[in-house]
Design a protein around this ligand. Structure first.
Ligand SMILES: C[S@@+](CC[C@H](N)C(=O)[O-])C[C@H]1O[C@@H](n2cnc3c(N)ncnc32)[C@H](O)[C@@H]1O
Ligand code: SF4
Length: 431
């Protein structure tokens, strides 16, 4: 109860809102066109809501792959893209991310058609970043992946000990997945990222150390190392015993992440986001952290300055609405300037460094006037270096400031995603 109270107090302080309310208000075409009128650059996201197996810890929007549903999904996504073609004319797309679910379930099943459509109609100034499942990365599929313009590939490896893969119910062994990683790294991708989950139930420090060393030995370009989140609406979130106290968990995770930091820094990797380490000289693989983006597909979300909206999570409803030439948007929220600024800061912190002048350019306000006093305190605590224009988080800051952010966002994600999964068209979600 105390933590809920604190969360609300701090959230109100930064957003200056008593309540944050998502409504079933569909932005009109004219209002979207107006939003786009002064946007020159943006990112695109495509959600693939299909998987071959459903993992018991995963919070994302997905269902078991079915050929007939996939075929209809492709048509629906093409219709959603068409809706945006007139407003996106002359805009530059600076990043394109395909996530899921498992995008590689759609290889040879229509993902090529969607990608071609996007490259044909939009001014694409970027290559594709795409998530993949290890079991789909056969020699032939890697060829298809390269041929559709993917230069940045992420593999959901999750763990490098068989006992942990078993807890997570992942359908491969460490021996298999190491061969798969080697196969992917030997191709011509600009960056191969692997996802590794740490702080798994009963995971020891030496297991984390071994996983970190194995990743380096395999020549992986980037490792995204996420702590294990127990989302209450997932099966493992419900079944596993409670985690103990929040502070103890935060300190344990800090220790484990420090082991990984030491291994990666010693092996010529740099920190490219709160959780990711990239080899020096390699362009990082990254998900959607661009300041403005448009999301296609079931549960795709879009952020266009003063509006954030989310499509329905329900795949059949998504297909149905687009077939009937209706909007798939389920929830939206208009964002005050304070909320936009708080959101901007949230994502820049995630990237661990940013420029105050970018804030000035975006909001026409001096960064120091709005957030200067917080930066001074955090700098004195050793959490960041507060330069004239550049803010750079220290390792300590990257972890603790983000742990603090997580404490808020997990609560929002649980409620927004949890509600949207159970109800295709929620009337409202109130925080
Ligand atoms: C969409 S999946 C990756 C691609 C593919 N579906 C797969 O599983 O191989 C995204 C990633 O989110 C991370 N993830 C999922 N559930 C998580 C959880 N409960 N805690 C921490 N990370 C999680 C995993 O590392 C996973 O690889
Ligand atoms: S972790 Fe990946 S494969 Fe497993 S259910 Fe989630 S999206 Fe699907």
């Amino acid at each position: 109860m105390l933590s809920g109270f604190l969360r609300n107090k701090i959230s109100r302080h930064f957003t200056k809102q008593d309540e944050i309310i998502f409504n079933h208000n569909i932005p009109s075409y004219n209002s979207l066109a107006k939003n786009f009128s002064d946007i020159n650059e943006l990112g695109l996201y495509l959600h693939v809501p299909f998987c071959t197996n459903i993992c018991p810890y995963c919070p994302y929007n997905k269902e078991i792959f079915r050929e007939d549903v996939c075929r209809n999904y492709v048509h629906a996504v093409l219709k959603e893209i068409d809706y945006y073609i007139p407003v996106l004319k002359n805009k530059t797309v600076t990043s394109f991310y395909i996530g899921g679910g498992t995008p590689t379930t759609m290889l040879g099943k229509g993902i090529e058609i969607i990608i071609n459509h996007i490259y044909k109609h939009f001014n694409m100034n970027c290559f594709v970043h795409m998530e993949s499942h290890p079991n789909h990365l056969t020699f032939d599929n890697l060829g298809i992946i390269e041929s559709i313009g993917v230069k940045y590939l992420s593999i959901g490896v999750e763990a490098l000990q068989d006992r942990h893969l078993k807890t997570l119910e992942r359908p491969y062994t460490v021996k298999d997945v190491k061969k798969i990683i080697e196969r992917a790294v030997s191709r011509n991708f600009d960056c191969v990222n692997i996802d590794l989950i740490f702080d798994l139930p009963q995971q020891s420090e030496s297991e984390i150390e071994q996983a970190g060393k194995d990743i380096v030995k395999l020549g992986v370009h980037q490792a995204a190392t996420y702590p294990f989140f127990r989302f209450p609406y997932t099966r493992l979130g419900k079944e596993l015993p409670k985690e103990g106290n929040v502070i103890g968990t935060m300190f344990r995770r800090r220790r484990l992440l420090q082991i990984l930091e030491d291994i990666f820094y010693d092996s010529d990797y740099y920190r490219s986001s709160v959780w990711a380490f990239t080899k020096k000289g390699i362009d990082k693989y990254c998900s959607v952290t661009v300041p403005l983006y448009l999301g296609f597909g079931a549960s795709g979300s879009s952020y266009l300055r003063d509006i954030f909206y989310v499509n329905t999570f329900n795949v059949s409803e998504y297909i149905k609405t687009l077939n009937e030439a209706r909007s798939p948007v389920a929830l939206s929220i208009e964002l005050s300037e304070d909320m936009q600024m708080a959101g901007w800061l949230y994502w820049r912190i995630y990237e661990t460094q940013f420029k105050k002048s970018d804030f000035q350019q975006r909001f026409n306000k001096a960064f120091n006037e709005i957030y200067g006093s917080y930066m001074k305190i955090l700098s004195r605590l050793g959490y960041l270096r507060n330069g004239k224009d550049q803010i750079r988080l220290t390792d300590k800051g990257a972890y603790w400031i983000h742990a603090f952010e997580d404490y808020f966002s997990i609560n929002y994600i649980n409620k927004l995603w949890g509600t949207s999964r159970n109800n295709a068209w929620p009337e409202k979600v109130i925080f």
